[in-house]
Design a protein around this ligand. Sequence first.
Ligand code: AMP
Length: 535
Amino acid sequence: MRGLMQDWSLTVDRIIDHAARVHATREVITRRTDGTIHRTDYATIRHRAKRVSAALRKIGIGLGDRVATLAWNSERHMECWYGAMGIGAVLHTLNPRLHPDQLAWISHDAGSRILILDTSFIGLIETVREQLPFEHYIVIADAQTLPDNSLDAMPYEEWIAGADDAPEWGGFDEKTACGLCYTSGTTGNPKGVLYSHRSNVLVSLMALGKGALGIAPDDIVMPIVPMFHANAWALAFAAPAAGAKLVMPGGQLDGASVFELLDKERVTFAAAVPTVWLSLLHHLRQHGLALPWLRRVVIGGAALPVAILRAFEEDYDVEVVHAWGMTETSPIGTIGGVPAALAQADEATHVAQQLKQGRPPFGVELRITDENGRDLPWDGASPGRLMVRGFAVAGAYFNGAGGEILDEHGFFDTGDMATIDTHGTMQITDRAKDVIKSGGEWISSIEIENITLSHPAIANAAAIGVPHPKWDERPLLVVELRSGHSIGADELRAHLDGRIARWWMPDEYVFLNAIPLGATGKVNKAALRKIIRNR
Ligand code: AMP
C-alpha cells in the first residue's frame, strides 16, 4: 500500500522559491571584487535567477547540460546556481586556486559549454584559453566594469537583461543531477562528485537541525568557505531555506576583511577552514578587537587545533562547532560537541570531546574497518579506515572515474583513518596517506600539529613522515612562525615534551617562511614533502 501524501519533489529551486515568498526582504550582502558592498534580498535574487535561466535557455542550455562558474561567494554567483539548477542544468563550480592546467583538464572532463567568471579570474582564464572547451564566456560585471579581455566575454548584467521571460523551474525527477564539484585530491586526476537535487535538499535540511549547524531565521550567516569548496558546506541552500540573512565575503578572506564584515553586518554564524580562523584570531589579538555579535563558528575541512577552540570560547565567547566532511559527503559527515552523557564531566573531558570530529547526524552512517574490511570496535582507541554511507554520499564519480567506489555493503572509503568511541563520536587520526608509520605503529600527524599550533609563536605547522632505516618512518615537523617571533627547535621540543608520547617526538624541525596551502586552504602535504626532499 502506498502512502497518500503529496508528491512534492525535493528540488533546490523550491528553496529559493520559499525564501523569496516567505523571507522576501531578508538581506543578502556581498563584498564585490572591487571592494564595494552590495545589498539585495531573496526576492530579487530569485527574480534575477529566473533571468539567468532564460539567458541559459537562449543559448540552448537545458536539462543535464553543465554550466561552469569560476567565482567567489556573491549574490550573483547564487543567482547562477539557482538559475542553472532550476532548469535542470548542472552547476559546476571550478576552484580558482587550482593550477591552470588542472582547471583545463577538469573543464574538459565536465564538458561545460559556458563559463561564468568573476572579473578577477579573467587573466587566469586567458592564460589557458586555448585549452578550454567553452563557447561562451560571461563575466560577472556590467558593461561599464567589464575589463578589456581576449575572451570575447559578455557582461553578466547585459546577458541577463537580454532575456526577459521566466522559465518554469523544476518538474523533473528529484534525483536529477544538480551540481558538480571536483575533489581536491592531491594525487591522480581530480574526480567529479555529481550532487542530485534530492541530496542537496536533504543535506540542507540536515544542516538546519540544532544538532548539526542549527541555522535559524534570526541568524546572519557568513559562508567564508567558498561556494566552490563542497557546496559552501550547504550554506547557500540552508541559509535561504531558514530565512537567515546571508553575508557573502567575495574573495577577500584575510583576517582584517573577514573581521570587518563580521562586525559591520553583525554576523552570528560563520563557517571556514582553520587557516582562515587563525588569520582572523591573529588580527583580533593584534588590534585588541572583540566579536560581540558572533555566536557560533563552524570549523572543518581540517582538524580543529586546540588553540582555536580555546581562543574562540574563552577569549571571545563564541561557540565552536567542529565538523568533518568531504566533497563526497556533500559535505556534512560528522558534527562535534559534548555528548549529553558527558555533560557533567570535567573541563578536560569536554575539550577532548570538542576536538574530536563528532557524531554523524541522521542520514550518515559510519564504520571503521581494519585492512581486511572487518569492523573495528567503537572503543575510542582502535584506529581504522573510515567508511561512510548515506543519502548525500557519492555512489560513483562523474564519467565513471575510479570505477566502483563502494564496498559490498554500499560504504564509501573516505581515505581517512579514525577511531569511534562508545558515544559514537568519531576522531580523525590522519589522512590514510599522511599517517606516519614508525616501528610498525601509527603516529598521528594531526595530533602533533594541533599541539604545536597551541604555541603562540606558531602560525602554521605540519608533521610528515620521512624514511628511516630502522623505524621505517620518523616524524619531521615543519613550522611557520608568526611575523615578529623567533623560536628554535629546542623551544619547540620543550613545548611538545610531555604532551605527546616520547616516541612521537619529531626527529627534525624545519622552519619555513610559508607552508604551502592547497586549493581549499589546507596544508598541501604533497607539495611540502617535495620541498623537504629537495632541500
Ligand atoms: P575536501 O573534499 O577537499 O573537503 O577534503 C575532505 C578531507 O578533508 C577529509 O577526507 C579529511 O581528510 C579532511 N577533513 C575535513 N574535515 C576535517 C576535520 N574536521 N578534521 C580533520 N580532517 C578533516
